[in-house]
Design a protein around this ligand. Structure first.
Ligand SMILES: CC(C)(COP(=O)(O)OP(=O)(O)OC[C@H]1O[C@@H](n2cnc3c(N)ncnc32)[C@H](O)[C@@H]1OP(=O)(O)O)[C@@H](O)C(=O)NCCC(=O)NCCS
Length: 236
């Protein structure tokens, strides 16, 4: 599913459930040494997906340690992102000659718990979600917004190594094209001599899941500001 919403230059691996025989490198074992079994399983399977995606890209299977704020440390010349939710794990990677960053997120298609939306959405985003829910009530639009914002953070962090709050980006969801644009409300990362102020991505609903993905192409920093400036993505 995930490869449908990333550029063709990205290599994707995804599984439902867990990879029973997934093996970790010592520095990866360290990350989950004090974790509960559920966390161990998702971490192991996420790493197995990541290695499988790397091999498909032609990169040797190797350790992918976690950085100081949890970001996976990819091999030189590679960008990538990992996600896991109940019953689904995935990773996407690409060469830095093709994409400058990747952010992927998966969520179960179910409404957010009571009270969470107010913490993650701007007032204009709440109004837009209400309109989307009226037009198409079958989808958990609030959860999709959450997933998109998490994908934005995962794409943002490797470029900046800074925190980005839920109030720091305004997301517009296009329900017809399966795309979104996240306009940064704080200074964006410097890229290609310009400033990246919008992350553009795609989303997909299916099989009980919501997926959000950003794959920002090289050169996106030179694009003009505004919706789509982060590089519209989709399978060619
Ligand atoms: C980090 C975060 C985005 C993870 O999302 P999640 O839905 O909880 O969990 P997921 O399973 O989808 O993703 C977890 C993976 O994200 C990746 N990740 C964690 N921290 C990361 C970071 N700082 N940068 C990039 N990727 C990160 C890791 O690969 C992690 O899996 P692993 O620990 O097994 O390697 C989330 O916990 C978080 O801190 N959100 C707050 C920040 C935010 O979303 N701001 C919104 C900006 S608009």
């Amino acid at each position: 599913m995930l490869e449908q919403i990333l550029p063709a230059s990205a290599s994707v691996a995804e599984v439902r459930g867990d990879v029973a025989d997934a093996v970790l490198f010592p520095e990866e074992k360290e990350v989950i040494s004090n974790a509960v079994e559920k966390r161990r399983r998702e971490f192991r399977t996420g790493r197995a997906c990541a290695r499988s995606a790397l091999v498909d890209l032609g990169v040797q299977s190797q350790a992918i340690p976690s950085g100081p704020r949890g970001a996976p440390q990819w091999p030189a010349g590679v960008v990538g992102s990992i996600t896991h939710c109940d019953g689904y794990r995935a990773a996407a990677v690409a060469r830095t000659t093709d994409l400058v960053t990747i952010g992927v997120d998966a969520e179960v298609d179910a409404p957010l718990p009571e009270g969470v939306l107010a913490d993650i959405a701007l007032p204009e985003e709440v109004r837009a979600l209400e309109a989307l829910a009226l037009a198409e009530p079958g989808l958990s639009w609030d959860r999709l917004l959450f997933s998109i914002k998490e994908s934005v953070y995962k794409a943002w962090f490797p470029l900046t190594e800074r925190w980005l709050g839920f109030e720091d980006a305004r997301v517009r969801i296009d329900p017809h094209c399966g795309s979104f644009a996240a306009r940064l409300l704080v200074p964006g990362p410097s890229l290609d001599g310009g400033e990246l102020n919008t992350f553009a991505g795609c989303w997909l609903a299916g099989d009980g899941l919501l997926l959000a993905a950003i794959g920002t192409p090289v050169g996106a920093g030179q694009a003009v500001s505004g919706v789509g400036a982060g590089g519209a993505v989709g399978k060619d």
